[in-house]
Design a protein around this ligand. Structure first.
Ligand SMILES: [Zn+2]
Length: 128
């Protein structure tokens, strides 16, 4: 979230259609924003899944961005077309991966809410 949210003008970002995600590789709990070799590995994995990788963009290098185009353009999307979504059978581990991802996400949310509560309590205590 430290990076610009979208490179596209209104109605053109794949994020608005649920067709894009932004990721950051983590090593020992630390985001690896500047690890180019690691970004390359992550990008190649995404491309093997058929996603377009923002790490290939010349105008705005965005290695954390992946999107599914399904062969249709941003204009077509804005005009109401939607690309076909691949069947999960094509990705045998998808459900397993989604389960792991959901668990990691929940753990992260709990951690974040604990952190923000600690910060809030800290600042309140500091005001007294
Ligand atoms: Zn993005």
């Amino acid at each position: 979230m430290g990076k610009a949210y979208t490179r596209s003008s209104g109605g053109r970002s794949k994020h608005q259609y649920g067709l894009a995600i932004d990721v950051v590789p983590m090593v020992k709990g630390e985001p690896q924003w500047d690890n180019k070799n690691l970004w390359k590995k992550v990008g190649i994995i995404g491309e093997q899944l058929g996603l377009q990788w923002g790490g290939r963009w010349k105008s705005l290098y965005d290695p954390g961005h992946f999107e599914w185009t399904g062969g249709i353009s941003g204009n077509q999307l804005a005009n109401g077309s939607f690309p076909p979504i691949p069947k999960p059978e094509k990705y045998p581990c998808l459900n397993e991966d989604l389960e792991k991802l959901t668990q990691a996400w929940k753990a992260w949310e709990i951690e974040q809410s604990t952190l923000s509560r600690t910060r809030t309590e800290g600042s309140v205590a500091g005001m007294n």
